[in-house]
Design a protein around this ligand. Structure first.
Ligand SMILES: Cc1ncc(COP(=O)(O)O)c(C=O)c1O
Length: 483
């Protein structure tokens, strides 16, 4: 085996480069299912890298279910290579703005979270087993003792300075250079997006959003009496910019903001390329339309390379970047943030009017965790676990769901988006699954115009082999709905 001098692969850590080369040999058929691949020692000699680097590379390939270790014997190409079903297709663009009405199902799905007896595949809640709960709570106790007075005071916007400094430092890996005073702490990412919509739009205004989209945002827009233009979104590359351009040209002056989930978006998992992020920022700038960017899943990339954000290409302050620690640390702490560009003042004011300040103790704890808690180490370990869970669950879906089912293959985050045969009505599937103790998120939740009737979003973050029968039950119910 020989290393290639591909520039892109050289940007990756060494073990990922080596994993990539072994994977390529498997893909090309040099190593076939059941073949033994070189031992760790052999590969370390050939590539002149340490044994540990090869071990890491093989662990990655095991996570991707490409190779498997056989005790006392070595590593082998998996007998049955993972072949999840194909990815869903891009849906056609919606040309006219639509009013939103999805609240009934939304309430049921959210309430499911309170029922410990249900298998939780519906809400995109992170797996608590992967969160540093005890460490974070210990930090909460020590930090509130250390900063006794601030812990009970209003952290008036922009919010806890120590936390804003930590966030600004971390943003460097996303390609953004932000000063702490350009960041405002919010109560979660949803508040950051709501503040943005309130600042930019009035009732009756239209917002262009990716479709399908995280259902809470549709609820928010219904509440704010906004109209929505749904822009088709590819499961691989995110929002279609050609469609967006077409829509902006045909609804000139009507669209007041554009909401995009740039990385590992919810529900399809797609990520926009750097070129597309750049083009998106330029396109909206050209039309004078602010971009609300949600990057909540950006830290959960399965590779060690964290994707950039569109905000990195913002030269005019037109991008309002929103995120939080809800997917990586503690959703209930309700700590998020926004870098609102030229809308700093109006967002600060909006935050103050909404609830004066975000609760101080969780801000102190998260600031300490980012500074001294090993956040990067934590991310490295949970990303790997999520990658494995997502691959395993997609694999089981491929075996259990009706023929013709497609499932996404996200490169980050922990949700899967399934397109089932047209006859399978996901609302009926939702009802039947509920009766079997399984909570799922049916497709129409993710659209303002009732689309995605035969789609469903599943949280793979809780997947373990013990759950195989839950997926099998869901698959059987979906089968029943095909006739
Ligand atoms: C894309 C997206 N944005 C925002 C949120 C909610 O974020 P937070 O809990 O920080 O308000 C979620 C949660 O599922 C999400 O998927």
């Amino acid at each position: 085996m020989r290393t290639t001098n591909n520039r892109k692969s050289l940007d990756l850590p060494l073990y990922e480069q080596i994993a990539g080369q072994v994977a390529a040999l498997v893909e090309k058929g040099t190593f076939r299912p059941g073949d033994r691949v070189p031992s760790i020692r052999e590969l370390s000699r050939q590539f002149r890298v340490s044994l540990n680097t090869v071990k890491e590379a093989y662990a990655l390939l095991e996570d991707r279910r490409l190779i498997e270790a056989r005790p006392q014997s070595g590593y082998y190409v998996c007998a049955r290579l993972p072949e999840p079903p194909e990815e869903p297709l891009v849906n056609p663009p919606a040309i006219n703005p639509t009013e939103v009405s999805i609240s009934r199902i939304f309430r049921i799905v959210m309430n499911d979270l309170l029922d410990p007896k249900l298998a939780q595949l519906g809400i995109a809640f992170p797996n608590p087993d992967l969160l540093p709960i005890d460490k974070l709570n210990r930090m909460l106790a020590t930090e509130t003792r250390r900063f006794r007075l601030s812990s009970i005071a209003y952290e008036i916007p922009p919010g806890c300075e120590r936390l804003r400094k930590q966030i600004a430092q971390r943003m460097l890996v996303t390609g953004c250079t932000l000063r702490p005073d350009q960041i405002i702490i919010t109560s979660g990412c949803v508040e950051a997006v709501v503040l943005s919509l309130r600042a930019l739009c009035r009732p009756g205004d239209t917002v262009a959003i990716q479709s399908p989209v995280y259902f809470n945002f549709l609820q928010v827009m219904e509440d704010l009496e906004l109209k929505i233009l749904e822009i088709p979104t590819s499961p691989l590359n995110g929002m279609s910019l050609d469609a967006l351009e077409y829509v902006l040209d045909n609804h000139r002056g009507e669209v007041k903001a554009c909401l995009v989930l740039t990385n590992f978006n919810n529900p399809c998992g797609g990520t926009m390329s750097d070129n597309d992020k750049q083009r998106l920022v330029a396109l909206l700038d050209h039309h004078g339309i602010p971009l609300i960017e949600d990057d909540i899943y950006g830290d959960l990339s399965f590779s060690d390379q964290r994707p950039t954000v569109a905000k990195a290409y913002d030269r005019t302050g037109n991008v309002l970047l929103c995120s939080s620690f809800s997917k990586t640390l503690a959703p209930g702490y309700r700590v998020g943030w926004i870098a609102p560009g030229r809308f700093q003042e109006v967002i600060e004011r909006g935050k103050m009017l909404a609830n004066i300040a975000t609760s101080a103790p969780p801000q102190l704890a998260i600031a300490e965790f980012l500074a001294n808690g090993g956040y990067d180490h934590h991310l490295r370990s949970i990303r790997r676990v999520y990658a494995r869970k997502v691959a395993q669950m997609a694999d089981v879906i491929g075996r259990c769901f009706p023929e013709g089912t497609r499932v996404t293959r996200p490169r980050g985050g922990f949700v899967l988006w399934l397109e089932m045969p047209e006859k399978v009505d996901s609302i009926r599937l939702f009802d039947r699954a509920h009766r079997q103790g399984i909570s799922i998120a049916p497709g129409p939740l993710f659209s303002a115009s009732g689309k995605y009737r035969n789609f469903v979003r599943l949280n793979a973050g809780f997947y373990s082999e013990k759950m195989e029968n839950v997926i099998a039950t869901l698959g059987r119910l979906a089968h029943e709905l095909t006739s």
